[in-house]
Design a protein around this ligand. Structure first.
Ligand code: MLT
Length: 268
């Protein structure tokens, strides 16, 4: 793993890693994880591009927050960090919550995106039940902290094969969640519950787009990825075998192969 770097943006400290040369691929992590989830990608993809992975506010080693933020703040954090690092046009990849941030970024800064990777995510808002679950989780975290989430999320997120065969991965996910401040969890859940509907944006996407999904993803199932890919002109769809919601961690070989094939069009 590359050495982490901390830099100040808008008076907040952000943690990121950068590796490789070539077109810049920025990777945005899932909830409630951090940039460590991209470890199987950072070095592996760096022979085709310059990979930057960052911790969103409050997550990983970025500065803690009071939880008072909306999705747009997260997208603006990414943009400010990229500006500071001198990256004017990027290929933006996000998994799940990272995908929501990527779509919000695209909506705000369309000229700064030259390619898009949307993994295990969706463009539309939560169902009413999904929203209620978020508010129940907020109550639970406010009352009892993040322990319940650290138990439930890894089991729900990964495929049965991963859960049974890779206990060390499940343990790492738990540790990352236990290391996250309750205020960040609550803030991110609220930001996701109130996120905009990006469905209307999809037919207007003009940049090459790769939609990815774990074949066993129970949180954002393949049917949702298919629907998104259909709505984006010329989008490619890659299904990751044997993987659940955390497709990049569960089957990094297949995930990286699809991303590398996609990235080749940006390499001059
Ligand atoms: C994630 O993995 O980022 C979350 O499952 C996203 C969500 O809660 O919608």
């Amino acid at each position: 793993m590359e050495t982490d770097m901390l830099t100040s943006v808008k008076g907040m400290e952000f943690n990121y890693v950068a590796h490789g040369v070539g077109p810049t691929l920025v990777l945005i992590h899932a909830f409630p994880l951090n940039l460590r989830m991209w470890e199987p990608q950072i070095k592996a993809l760096s022979d085709v591009c310059h990979v930057v992975a960052m911790d969103l506010r409050g997550f990983g080693a970025s500065q803690t927050t009071d939880g008072d933020f909306i999705l747009e703040d997260l997208a603006r954090d990414v943009q400010q960090l990229m500006y500071k690092l001198g990256h004017q046009r990027i290929i933006l990849g996000g998994l799940s919550m990272g995908g929501y941030v990527a779509l919000q970024f695209l909506k705000l800064f369309p000229d700064q995106v030259r390619g898009l990777i949307l993994a295990d995510t969706r463009a539309w808002p939560d169902t009413p039940e999904g929203r209620e679950k978020r508010f129940a989780m907020i109550d639970e975290v406010n009352a009892r902290g993040v322990r319940g989430l650290a138990q439930s999320f890894p089991q729900n997120a990964v495929s049965q094969v991963t859960a049974g065969g890779r206990p060390e991965l499940v343990d790492r996910l738990k540790t990352w969640i236990l290391d996250t401040e309750p205020a960040t969890i609550v803030g991110a859940q609220r930001a996701m519950a109130n996120r905009p509907d990006f469905t209307d944006l999809l037919p207007h996407i003009k940049v090459p787009t790769l939609v990815m999904v774990g074949e066993e993803d129970a949180i954002t199932p393949p049917a949702e990825a298919e629907r998104m890919a259909q709505l984006i002109h010329g989008a490619q769809l890659a299904k990751v075998p044997g993987a659940g919601h955390l497709s990049n961690l569960e089957n990094p070989e297949a995930f990286n192969q699809a991303v590398k094939a996609f990235m080749h069009q940006f390499v001059s």
